[in-house]
Design a protein around this ligand. Structure first.
Ligand SMILES: Cc1ncc(C[n+]2csc(CCOP(=O)(O)OP(=O)(O)O)c2C)c(N)n1
Ligand SMILES: [Mg+2]
Length: 359
């Protein structure tokens, strides 16, 4: 009996813009100069906010949070590709995606400040809260997509997660279910090469995350995650396919976590400075700025103006965050069950008694 070739697969990677900001005209997505400027503005704002949040955390004015430095093109470009009615199901490193989708970002600070009310987004926003449990939300995304399909709503779901999340069983279940039931879901992996101190090579023996799509029977593609145009294009096409009933896609945004894992981490203890230097040259914001300068869309005055606008918005966000009233202490116990269990009630009473607020 002969051995025949059962199947051959290819995995593609897309880049639209090189490090100097030159673009491939054939691949460049159709974005107006105003849209490019808007994308740039959101990336600048996200970076300034990330920096300010670090300062707030160091001053004890914000809790532990996950910085997004270096990953702006990946999660902002992807969210920018969404349409009205689409759902966003994020992990915890997508501050810029919230901004793109119009979530009052002071809510996100409120959450990282320790107040769960920060997860209470405006009704109808179709954005799920920050999900710290690694990977669990991908299943929620597929469920939402499947429900949308049953309801015959022509919308798609974008779920974002890290390279580490692909080692969770939830990822595999979500991918399989989505492909079998052709759920209109786009899986965006922000492969930032680290899961806390675990490097990519210890996370998976596969040469790419994108190729994992093949086993589930859906398209998978790697994209230069520090190239905002490539991310936008690939995710937009995948969302279009999902809305058209052509099923899910796995997109791997190849990027890098420039900062520590969270404000409670010190990455100098486990990764070499050369690696960070390599990625510094691929900075997504600087790359977009180079493109814009070449096209006459950015000069010193516009750059200063964008920065000033971002600073003013960051000031507004921080003031709004710090003006939120602290929730009553027993709020901690209030939302888990419709009716509080006796054990939970006992804990609440003990806390209130300790605080001298008992009935
Ligand atoms: C189920 C679960 N296990 C472990 C953790 C602790 N934890 C938080 S973030 C993280 C690493 C996540 O890595 P990755 O998915 O690559 O996302 P990144 O932090 O790099 O954005 C771990 C293990 C968790 N939050 N949830
Ligand atoms: Mg990671």
């Amino acid at each position: 009996m002969p051995v025949t070739n059962l199947m051959t697969f290819n995995v593609s990677r897309m880049e639209v813009m090189d490090l100097d900001g030159n673009v491939d005209a054939g691949l460049m997505p159709d974005l107006s100069p105003e849209q490019v400027a808007e994308l740039y503005g959101i990336m600048v704002l996200t970076r300034r906010l990330d920096e300010r949040m670090l300062k707030l955390q160091r001053q004890g004015r914000l809790g532990t949070f996950a910085r997004v430095l270096g990953q702006e093109a990946a999660h902002i470009g992807a969210a920018y590709a969404m349409r009205e009615g689409d759902w966003l199901v994020p992990a915890f490193r997508e501050t810029g995606s919230f901004i793109v989708r119009g979530i009052p970002v002071e809510r996100v600070l409120q959450y990282w400040g320790g107040d769960e009310w920060g997860q209470h987004f405006p009704e109808g926003s179709r954005v799920l809260p920050v999900s710290v449990p690694v990977g669990t939300h991908m299943l929620h995304a597929v469920g939402i997509g499947w429900a949308m399909k049953q309801d015959r709503e022509r919308v798609a779901v974008l779920t974002v997660f890290g390279d580490g999340a692909t080692s969770e069983g939830d990822f595999h279940e979500a991918m399989n279910f989505a492909a079998v039931f052709q759920a209109p879901a786009v899986f965006l992996c922000q492969n930032n090469h680290w899961a806390i101190s675990v490097p990519y090579g210890r996370q998976t023996a596969a040469a790419s995350i994108a190729q994992k799509a093949i086993a589930y029977g859906m398209p998978g593609i790697q994209v230069d995650g520090n190239d905002v145009f490539a991310v936008y294009r690939v995710v937009r096409d995948a969302l279009d396919r999902a809305r058209n009933g052509e099923g899910p896609t796995l997109v791997e945004a190849h990027t890098y976590r420039m900062a520590d894992h969270t404000t409670s981490d010190d990455a100098r203890k486990y990764r070499p400075p050369e690696e960070t230097a390599y990625w510094q040259e691929r900075d997504p914001l600087e790359r977009l700025a180079r493109y814009m300068r070449r096209k006459g869309l950015l000069d010193e005055a516009r750059e200063a103006e964008t920065l000033a606008r971002a600073e003013a918005e960051v000031d507004r966000v921080v003031a709004a965050y710090e003006a939120f009233p602290a929730p009553p202490p027993d709020d901690l116990f209030a939302h888990l069950y419709a009716e509080m269990t006796p054990a939970l009630r006992a804990q609440r009473d003990a806390l209130l008694a300790a605080l001298g607020e008992g009935e």
